[in-house]
Ligand binder design. Structure first.
Ligand code: FPP
Length: 250
């Protein structure tokens, strides 16, 4: 079977313009617009989320084949619990299913890791998370980070709590707290900072996603709803990123 990238190459030359030596190491995606996608088609919101989850598999495979090292997808935020119970339940059901389909989710060489507060997730979901992380842990392709019950502020508060605890115990001095140390206490301590953040669906905000890690991210916005976001759109986002002049404040 042709890989996603080969299928794409046969359809378009866009991919050939990508400079493999200037890829973002870490791409974050806010998978927004599932509800609007469903509404346009007269379908329930849950159908939009299902189509969004399916699209994440396509983009994961494509990004991995392109050579991206790390992709983080915002699947459920700490604020999403405020949605109607039926929608939260259907998202949890979908997550369970999605995590369970390990091979489909991660292809052959993608490693999957979860970031976020797992304590509020069900035992079944926690079990599937343990399974998929263990099953894929030795893989040497891209790392797919799924942000589940994730919030950037919650992540920073959690790090501050842990550091304060050490100060209180006398094992850390306040002036030993550096940016590097704070980074070490984030969920994302083993990943590079986000180089590129993609948000489809027309919203122009970060919505509590990777707050610390996006200090110098490049942003790419578009009106496309997430389930309609194609490998071609992903390629265009990478090409646009490669045109940016990143100065990191210098
Ligand atoms: C926002 O769309 C999206 C979410 C609440 C989370 C994204 C969730 C998925 C893609 C499905 C679950 C993920 C996995 C990996 C199983 P929205 O509902 O806010 O759309 P709208 O703004 O058009 O209403």
């Amino acid at each position: 079977m042709l890989k996603a990238l080969d299928r794409f190459r046969s359809k378009s030359k866009l991919i050939e313009k990508v400079d493999p030596n200037n890829l973002p190491n870490h791409v974050g995606i806010i998978m927004d617009g599932n509800g609007r996608w469903a509404k346009k088609r007269g379908l329930p919101r849950s159908a939009g989320h299902r189509a969004g989850a399916q699209n994440l598999k396509t983009i994961t495979e494509f990004a991995n084949n392109m050579g991206i090292a790390c992709l983080t997808a915002y699947a459920f935020s700490t604020e999403n619990w405020k949605r109607p119970k039926a929608e939260v339940d259907s998202l949890m059901e979908l997550l369970l299913e999605y995590l369970h389909d390990k091979d489909e989710l991660a292809g052959k060489n993608v490693a999957v890791r979860i970031i976020g507060d797992r304590s509020a997730l069900s035992d079944e979901i926690n079990h599937e998370i343990d399974e998929v992380e263990a099953y894929t842990k030795d893989r040497d392709g891209m790392v797919l980070y799924l942000a589940i019950n994730y919030g950037g502020r919650q992540e920073i508060v959690r790090a501050v709590n842990q550091l304060c605890q050490q100060v209180q115990e006398g094992t850390l001095l306040p002036n030993q707290i550096t940016e590097g140390l704070v980074s070490d206490y984030l969920y994302t301590n083993d990943m590079p900072e986000a180089d590129l953040i993609i948000r489809p669906s027309g919203e122009l905000r970060l919505s509590n996603f990777l707050l610390w890690q996006s200090a110098y991210s490049e942003f790419w916005f578009s009106d496309i709803n997430w389930p309609d976001f194609t490998t071609k759109d992903f390629t265009q986002a990478i090409l646009d990123y490669q045109q940016r002049n990143r100065r990191f404040g210098a």
